[in-house]
Write a protein that binds this ligand. Sequence first.
Ligand SMILES: Cc1cc2nc3c(=O)[nH]c(=O)nc-3n(C[C@H](O)[C@H](O)[C@H](O)COP(=O)(O)O)c2cc1C
Length: 316
Amino acid sequence: MQVRDLLSARVSLAPMAGITDYVLRSLIRENAPSALLTTEMISSEFLTQTKGGDILERAENHSPISYQLSGHKPQMIANCAKYLEKYADMIDINMGCPVNKVVKGTDGCALMRNAELAQEIVRTVKANISKPLSVKFRLGYTFDELNFVEFGEKMQEAGADFITIHGRTRSQMYGGKADWKKIAELKHSVDIPVFANGDIVSIETAVECLEQSEADGVAVGRGALGDVTLIGRIEKYLNKGEYIPPPTLEEKVETLKDHLKREVELRGEKVGVKFCRKFYPYYLNGFQGASRMRGEIVTIDSLDEVLKILDGIFVK
Ligand SMILES: Cc1cc2nc3c(=O)[nH]c(=O)nc-3n(C[C@H](O)[C@H](O)[C@H](O)COP(=O)(O)O)c2cc1C
């Protein structure tokens, strides 16, 4: 498939390590028939040593789906990308991760300080695969190094087919606000499609981001947590003009129950329930006693017990 076909929904799921797993992708797909899904970041070193395992699992209907690789060794990343072609519709290279242990190894956002190496990675991967290749990066490493326009041009020149840009610098991590207006500077400088990312939490913010960034679409990360319908609602609004309101608390709790059951099916009860703890703050908020309830269920490993407490929310 051509890159424009993979992006036709104008919205994607942003990759999130430890979050955008098989189950979350499935839940999102059930609401968003055409949005581009992404895996979690897959380390090229890890993939080379292990051949991947569970993290590579996907369902037929996860297409269109992009698999994200991290690393800094061009040929190793290229070999991994080639290996992933049997799963992926597109390969994405992580050039935006701000986490210390990643940037220390010259992976992630550290590549924004080494455009030559980043270009070599893109060139080498491109020469080894036949599917579209994308890169995801930030505005720059610090506010004194806002090189995103020049960096994007170099990625395009090296052969990237698509860019997702998070409107923050590495030094901001996840603080402050994403600068959607700046993204327009990149959009005007490259011919390949650009998706804008950062702080999109509703249909309204998606529309505002598109207006300010002039991007071809939006990538949604944290906004999809606790609301697996958001990406589908944005997809429907942008493509059909149909406005679907956010889920009610009852709907969110039903989705959390479903999410829990599916993670337990995938990982077993103890690991599955523990895995879901990170989602509780996103699903369970905005009602009286929410914080106390989260404090209570976060200590529980039994699926039945958690489900019983969740059912209790609506018993008067
Ligand atoms: C828990 C978590 C894990 C993340 N993991 C990745 C990752 O593996 N690869 C990546 O490119 N970005 C990763 N990100 C960044 C997101 O893709 C996204 O760029 C960022 O969260 C801003 O978008 P948002 O405001 O819509 O969440 C992660 C973000 C979070 C919160």
